[in-house]
Ligand binder design. Structure first.
Ligand code: GTR
Length: 427
């Protein structure tokens, strides 16, 4: 009887196809781990100066992340065009100008369009620095202004897997307003450019068919992705770079002072965009966790197996082989963060967000710091995980906020102060 039960249980595990390591949320249970050396090249050369970093080590790390985690993203399509759909010079009670810009990636305005919502402060006398970000559920959720277009999005019902293309309900207008301090940004002399995730890729396993990945795959005459082709996070990061392309021709914006920012999965996308695209002058990760700022080898919170199983579309095919095998990764996330150097970087955690491993996010920033030191820059400037609500750092900013997985006014207040210092906001 016992044997039958054992065989039955074993059968269940095999049937599920995965034997997942349980998720650890107890600090005392974190096993020891060894991180790959940041400043040693694949051929054993030690990196002791900025030039070797920039010309040798940095490209080699970037390549590893492309081939083993995020996949290789295409460049800007030659056929990409855009047009202003509408413009309101008296938005937010006269505080800002609100523009909607539609971007097409295929010839003759073909392919899934990307909608940019751009706010610029009216009080500005000269081009302003800008925050660029992907929002989760639509541009209309960022602010309740009735003039923001609610555009169609592909969604999938979790249970029935039924897909539909529809305009989100009017009552979702402004639903994420608490995560976007638009008025504060305007008052502080910053612009905000945001795009919606479903335009680049609806966030479910087969969503790529309706996004830029599917469009460009078909254009290339292919049916399947190569194991090192980009995933959904790659597509969202790509959208951030394409938004920056557009901003370069916006007179009200100084695209040389662009901060790329994102929360959670969009924090992962912001880090990946900032790592690849050196035009981003500042990179901000808000609670990005596993696959973002948090160290993969530190066994705390979400694991590689968890993320690959729940979100198989986020990373490239090659990344699947690291499920529950973090120690075999040819890199760790501190090396992704280091790709931002010498540009300023801000990593933020939330104390109750154990799934994202707040301490692992801090340690990742700490282990990335030697890259900034090569440029004579101070980095974090502390060795110990700071107490809650105590921002630290100079060229690498960090805080762990009281509370849950979210973006709050407290987080934005730190980002604005950090941006003032590092991107020189001029009103
Ligand atoms: C979770 C996921 C995390 C994080 C989060 C989010 O379900 O496990 O990696 O990205 O979603 O994006 O809110």
């Amino acid at each position: 009887m016992k044997l039958i039960l054992c065989l039955f249980l074993l059968g269940m595990v095999v049937a599920r196809g995965v034997e997942r390591r349980p998720v650890n949320k107890v600090e005392a249970n974190v096993p020891p781990y060894t991180l790959p050396e940041l400043l040693v090249c694949a051929d054993g050369t030690k990196v002791a100066d900025a030039a070797t970093w920039q010309n040798k080590r940095r490209p080699e790390i970037l390549k590893l992340f492309q081939h083993e985690m995020h996949g290789v993203s295409p460049g800007r399509p030659a056929e990409m065009t855009w047009a202003t759909a509408n413009c309101d010079k008296a938005a937010l009670g006269g505080l800002a100008t609100r523009k909607e810009i539609t971007v097409w990636f295929g010839a003759g305005k073909s392919g899934p369009p990307m909608h940019i919502l751009l706010y610029t402060p009216n009080a500005a006398q000269q081009p302003v620095p800008v925050f660029v970000s992907v929002n989760f559920d639509g541009n209309h959720t960022v602010n309740a202004e009735p003039g923001i277009t609610i555009s169609e999005q592909w969604t999938q019902d979790r249970k029935t897997k039924q897909e539909q293309l529809a305009r989100p309900d009017e009552k979702t207008r402004g639903q994420s307003i608490g995560r976007w301090e638009v008025e504060k940004l305007m008052a502080r002399g910053y612009a905000l450019a945001t795009i919606q995730r479903a335009d680049l890729e609806p966030d479910y396993e087969t969503g790529w068919r309706h996004g830029v990945r599917g469009f460009l795959l078909e254009k290339a005459g292919r049916k399947e992705f190569a194991p090192d082709a980009w995933g959904a996070i790659g597509a969202w990061a790509w959208g951030l770079s394409r938004t920056l392309d557009v901003l370069e021709s916006e007179k009200a914006v100084d695209a040389k002072r662009a901060a790329v920012i994102g929360h959670s999965r969009m924090g992962k996308a912001a880090l990946w965009a900032g790592a690849q695209d050196e035009r981003f002058a500042l990179v901000i990760s808000n609670d990005s966790g596993e696959g973002g700022a948090a160290l993969a080898r530190r066994d705390f919170g979400e694991t590689t197996a968890e993320i690959n199983n729940r979100f198989p579309h986020w990373f490239c095919g090659h990344f699947k082989k690291y499920s529950d095998k973090e120690s075999t990764l040819p890199f760790d996330q501190h090396e992704l963060l280091a790709l931002v150097a010498p540009r300023p970087l801000y990593i933020a955690s939330a104390a109750e967000d154990l799934w994202a491993d707040p301490q692992g996010e801090f340690l990742s920033a700490l282990h990335a710091e030697p890259a900034w030191k090569l440029f004579g820059l101070p980095g974090l400037g502390v060795r110990e995980w700071p107490v809650v609500d105590q921002p630290v750092g100079a060229t690498i900013g960090y805080h762990v906020r009281t509370g849950k997985h979210d973006v709050t006014a407290y987080d934005w207040a730190q980002y604005l102060d950090f941006a003032d210092k590092n991107m020189g906001a001029k009103k």
